[in-house]
Design a protein around this ligand. Structure first.
Ligand SMILES: [Zn+2]
Length: 484
């Protein structure tokens, strides 16, 4: 077996999606499995992708009035119990600390499954008057949810990285605007940075975040026809404010209860990104998040080596100076073919090949990672040309993800049609729904699909007059899908 074969992906995306995904994550150097089930180790190249997502989102948060803070990893049990829905919602998944050193603790501490219960008391302390509102905090951290499912890097891990935003507002309108602002920023992250179109909607009542008034979501369709909940933004109403006494004195000197929100996006976004764009050659990353945007591969023989390496180094230096994340692969013990495969596996969006012809003509040859398209261009104004090619790569990735989503939303009018359509095609099935959770059960039981969202607008007329399952009057349109 040659080195090349050792490196490559051996399973197929279309036929063995699970194995293929695990291989891409590991061979693309995104993550490894930790010794404890349910945990992963994020490698530097994986963490670099996370940092790009973080930088974009963090920038938009700060432009829109959010400040970062940090709260403890542990939450006293009595705090967690203050909001009963949170306890009921998360209790089976909470990891508990019972000992500090050899001493048994007087009160158990929960490893945060989410931080409403530790942040809300401080929102209460820091909110005195209407002038303190809105109060917008965010933290970048990890949380732990002890789910007994198979580990799937970035999709299903007991500990995961995320951001959680928590805000308090004087009234419903301000809190609702906040909820939608964050949802729009999640959509923007997917569409403008990750080259993925998403659908925006609301979770059905029975699948809301514990204690929330409304849970809004961005959903992304994976190539295997399953939906991923890509980020959620919750309008919490006054339930948390009542449980934690977040009150303020309004303009008329009256005490009022605040309205709160919370919103989170986790590294599941990375999982969705990897799943969406990567292929049987390995990882594919959009330029905005790739650790290296461009790799320069010199092609030389013994007598051209010195000149070509110099020409290549100049190119890399010029791009680096222009702010492009560029890597010159000048490994002498590897041939160009090996290098091509290696960087394709690692998802570098754009390759620049430099051989004797390119050097003689003052040119470079570009190769686009997603489809292998090869174009020779002048070496003049290289940073601008590279920019154009990176944009072209982004457009190709977006178009392909859009094609996956388009045509994957189908209507159904009966239980049999829902089951048949989802069974055959996957994707989303749009139906009339009475609003009763019981009507989701037969679909869930039969093929493990569920209602992943309903339209954001509560007043929107359902597409069908009748619930596809029970035949009663439809209250809204439901989108059924299998999900991660
Ligand atoms: Zn029904």
């Amino acid at each position: 077996m040659t080195d090349e074969q050792d490196l490559g992906i051996t399973s197929s995306k279309s036929h063995q999606t699970g194995d293929w995904y695990a291989e891409v994550v590991q061979k693309g150097e995104m993550a490894d499995y930790a010794p404890m089930g349910g945990f992963i180790v994020t490698r530097p190249r994986g963490y670099a992708v996370w940092e790009r997502l973080q930088e974009n989102l963090d920038g938009w948060f700060k432009e829109t009035g959010v400040q970062n803070a940090y709260f403890p990893l542990f939450i006293p049990e009595s705090y967690l119990e203050k909001e009963k829905d949170i306890v009921e919602g998360f209790d089976p998944e909470v990891a508990w600390v019972t000992h500090g050193g050899n001493e048994e603790l007087e009160e158990r501490l929960a490893v945060r499954p989410t931080s409403e219960s530790i942040i809300a008391p401080f929102l209460a302390q820091w909110t005195r008057s209407h002038r303190d509102l809105p109060l917008r905090l965010n933290q970048w951290c990890s949380v732990v949810r002890w789910e007994a499912t198979e580990t799937k890097p970035f999709f299903r891990t007991k500990e995961f990285l995320w951001q959680e935003g928590h805000t308090a507002h004087a009234d419903e309108e301000s809190a609702w605007d906040e909820t939608m602002t964050r949802l729009d920023q999640y959509e923007r992250l997917y569409e403008e940075v990750m080259a993925m179109p998403v659908m925006k909607g609301r979770k059905p009542e029975h699948d809301k975040f514990p204690g929330a008034h409304t849970t809004s979501t961005v959903e992304a369709l994976m190539p295997d026809g399953k939906s991923v909940q890509g980020g959620t933004s919750h309008y919490l109403g006054t339930s948390f404010a009542e449980a934690f006494d977040i009150e303020f004195v309004d303009e008329d000197e009256e005490m009022q209860t605040a309205h709160t929100t919370s919103w989170g996006l986790s590294w599941r976004a990375m999982g969705a990104l990897i799943m969406t764009h990567s292929d049987d050659q390995g990882l594919v990353l959009p330029p905005a998040v790739a650790p290296e945007q461009v790799v320069v591969v010199p092609i030389y023989s013994e007598d051209t080596q010195e000149e070509i390496l110099e020409y290549s180094a100049d190119i890399a230096a010029e791009l680096d100076e222009a702010g492009v994340r560029v890597h010159l692969d000048d490994r002498d013990h590897r041939n160009p073919g090996f290098k091509y495969n290696d960087w394709e596996l690692k998802g570098v969006p754009l390759r620049i090949e430099v051989g004797p012809n390119e050097m003689a003509d003052g040119e470079v040859t570009f190769s686009h990672r997603p489809d292998g398209e090869s174009i020779t261009e002048s070496r003049e104004d290289l940073p601008a040309t590279v920019e154009e090619h990176l944009d072209a790569v982004f457009a190709k990735l977006y178009a392909s993800a859009e094609e996956t989503l388009e045509g994957e939303i189908r209507e159904a009018e009966s239980r049999e049609e829902i089951l048949g359509t989802l069974g055959q095609h996957g994707g989303y099935v749009e139906t009339g729904w009475c609003g009763d959770e019981a009507c989701e059960e037969p679909i869930k039981d039969a093929i493990a699909a569920e209602i992943v969202m309903v339209p954001l607008d509560r007043d929107e007329e359902p597409i069908h007059d009748e619930c596809a399952i029970c035949g009663e009057e439809a209250e809204e349109t439901a989108y059924f899908a299998k999900s991660y």
